[in-house]
Design a protein around this ligand. Structure first.
Ligand SMILES: Cc1cc2nc3c(=O)[nH]c(=O)nc-3n(C[C@H](O)[C@H](O)[C@H](O)COP(=O)(O)O)c2cc1C
Length: 276
């Protein structure tokens, strides 16, 4: 529930705050001024749209005052061609320089994730960032232990994921798990949060783009996340809370080399309905 202060002298009764409220909490009340009926108050998801959409700045929400900004969105600054090219040229990076990403760049990228969409504006995605190649390797070792266990206990998995190859490669110094990355991000969420799993993947996708925009290469840790989800010793070592579910893992760092062309991909299948 949010407290909202309305300055009637500024409000022009345009009704945008009522129209834009995702939870249909706001109504045009007495004299056409917006208000939240008592019975609808518990359904406010504190998304802040009413305050942000108001052209007269007549509405002021009474929570997180330090986070209030009157900055106007600069939507025109990112051209579609730029964004499309950015997405086309992003690649999964599997060879990293042994160089740390400066803390201020990490803070900026992770800080921007607070604007990542979440179901019901739940904002419940939490993060763990492992810093340093040696630190990442400590966890990779534990993931490799899981692979060794799996190899013995699940003959089907052994063949499907060519576990022998993975383990052998790791022992020869070729880390197919975390790619000797200097950083590893893992996100997690409460299983009580109905949209938590999706929120975590969206946030991870946004993190990937935020890091890429700073020249930092990323790779989704599919094998590593399988290890986290299946192997208690890895969950314990990462000090993940018992009452949380893991979203995904992303390795990142500065790429050792660049790509000189764009790889071939299938055409995206889209069916327009109705076709025009
Ligand atoms: C959910 C997911 C899991 C992935 N897991 C791994 C992984 O464990 N190891 C790896 O090297 N790449 C992994 N990748 C990267 C994919 O192989 C890569 O996105 C795909 O080959 C396309 O290449 P591109 O990202 O450079 O376009 C993963 C990607 C996704 C989306």
């Amino acid at each position: 529930m949010s407290k909202i202060a309305l300055d009637n002298s500024k409000c022009n009764k345009c009704g945008l705050c009522v129209k834009d409220c995702p939870a249909d909490v706001m109504t045009a009340g007495s004299g056409g001024f917006p208000e939240i009926p008592e019975t609808r108050r518990p359904f406010c998801i504190r998304c802040g749209h009413c305050e942000a959409v108001c052209p007269e700045r007549a509405l002021v929400l009474q929570f997180r005052p330090a986070d209030k900004t009157n900055e106007r969105p600069k939507t025109e600054s990112l051209a579609p061609e730029q964004l499309e090219a950015f997405l086309r040229y992003r690649r999964s990076i599997r060879d990293f320089k042994d160089a740390a990403v400066p803390r201020q760049d990490l803070d900026a990228a992770f800080g921007a994730l607070k604007y990542s969409p979440t179901g019901g504006n739940s904002q419940g995605v939490k993060w763990l960032v492992v810093n340093g190649q040696n630190e990442v390797r400590k966890f990779t070792e534990i993931a490799v232990d899981w692979m060794k266990f799996l190899k013995e206990s699940d003959p089907e998995a052994k063949l499907k994921f060519s576990l022998d190859h993975f383990i052998e490669a790791y022992e020869k110094g070729n880390d197919l798990f975390c790619r000797n990355a200097p950083h590893l991000a893992v996100n997690y969420y409460s299983p009580l949060n109905g949209s938590g799993a999706t929120d975590a993947i969206i946030a991870m996708t946004q993190l990937e783009l935020l890091l890429s925009s700073r020249g930092i290469g990323t790779c989704w840790g599919g094998f590593f996340i399988m290890a986290i989800k299946s192997w208690k010793p890895l969950q314990t070592a990462l000090e993940l809370p018992e009452d949380f579910s893991v979203g995904y893992a992303l390795m990142f760092g500065y790429p050792s080399f660049q790509y000189h062309s764009v790889p071939r991909r299938k055409k995206v299948q889209v069916r327009y309905f109705p076709e025009r």
